[in-house]
Design a protein around this ligand. Structure first.
Ligand code: 3HC
Length: 308
């Protein structure tokens, strides 16, 4: 699996065994694409109930993939699903889960201290060659990596929701990330049949730096009632979404997309510690805060800007 490494310099890590920490939407999606491309995946979360739900999510998504890919061969499709699910084992014991891991991808709650604590523990447990990566969308990779003694083998792997459909992976290197680690992460992304782009460790990387201001501007337009116009104020949310779908070719309107991503996640991006506080593009919104406080987090809770 690993060719020629010493404890100080790691070269050419071929990633076969992948540990994904966090079985939510993103973690389950990453596990699915890694398992679908022949990796041996261990999905870790804090309870068996959560992990059962993650496997259900993976099975549901695989059914949608197979419907298209194996349209004429339903049996081969069933076989494919079985094989992929067999490639995923689940665990609530992070200690044993990282012992033979080539790559750890973390997709847990967006909290710097919790991520640092996790990685500092894993650093002592994982083999020297293991690469650590975070799927964070709002925190600095350098800050997370600083809790470990393997900053050269630490990077960002930022996936997009829904992971099985979205072709992009942002691969983030810090000034301490080695070229070998970056190459391994770029290569891993390609093996997943995704297109990687290299990003510096800056706030929002590329996609969220551009997409989240668009979503926040849409929320502000709605809040200001710009479209609660002359005769039909009820349609204002829909109008904003229709405008961006039909006028800019976006697959989802910004408010529908906010619900899809999760309003709590949008909030955690705009509250990111590394943002420029003088940049108004990332200012908070009373309406967004109100919805989050009411537990209306979007599609996952049945209500956000829209009801599901
Ligand atoms: N798993 C597998 N397949 C899926 C799927 C999933 N989770 N979700 C959708 N699909 C498939 C469907 O089965 C369908 O297949 P078909 O073409 O064979 O019928 C196809 O995708 C299209 O789905 P739908 O017809 O249900 O709906 P859409 O045409 O609207 O496509 C979408 C769904 C791909 C989600 C599309 O609406 C889209 O691209 N939306 C934008 C998503 C986006 O911008 N994501 C990025 C968010 S930002 C982020 O994640 C970063 C974070 O840090 C915040």
């Amino acid at each position: 699996v690993v060719r020629g490494f010493s404890s100080s310099a790691v070269r050419n890590v071929v990633i076969k065994n992948v540990t994904i920490i966090g079985g939510g939407q993103m973690g389950a999606g990453i596990a699915q694409v890694a398992a679908s491309t022949g990796h041996s995946v261990t999905l870790v979360d804090t309870s068996d109930d959560i992990l059962k739900k993650s496997i259900k999510t993976i099975e549901g998504s695989l059914k949608r993939v197979v419907k298209k890919k194996f349209a004429d061969k339903p049996e081969a499709g069933e076989e494919f699903i079985k094989k992929v699910v067999q490639n995923v084992s689940t665990s609530t014991d992070v200690e044993s889960a990282v012992q033979s891991s080539d790559l750890v991808v973390e997709a847990i709650v967006e909290n710097l201290k919790i991520k640092q604590d996790l990685f500092s523990r894993l650093d002592k447990l994982a083999p020297p060659h293991t690469i650590f990566a975070s799927n964070t969308s709002s925190l600095s990779i350098s800050d997370i990596a600083s809790s470990t003694s393997r900053q050269d083998r630490f990077g960002g792997l930022h996936f997009f929701n829904p992971v099985p459909m979205m072709k992009l992976v942002e691969v983030i290197g810090t000034p301490a990330t080695s070229q070998e680690t970056l190459d391994s992460l770029l290569n891993f992304s390609k093996v997943l049949r995704k297109t990687p782009v290299s990003c510096k460790d800056t706030f929002g990387f590329v996609v969220n730096r551009l997409l989240v201001p668009c979503i926040m501007e849409a929320i502000r337009l709605y809040e200001r009632g710009v479209y609660a116009c002359y005769y039909n104020s009820d349609a204002s949310k829909e109008d904003i979404d229709i405008a961006m779908k039909l006028g800019a070719g976006h697959p989802m309107g910004p408010l529908e997309l906010a619900d899809y991503i999760g309003l709590d996640i949008i909030n955690s991006v705009i509250e990111g510690e590394t943002k420029d506080p003088n940049n108004p593009l990332f200012n908070s919104s009373d309406l967004l805060n109100k919805l989050v406080a009411e537990g209306k987090l979007g599609r996952k809770t049945g209500e956000g800007f829209f009801k599901y």
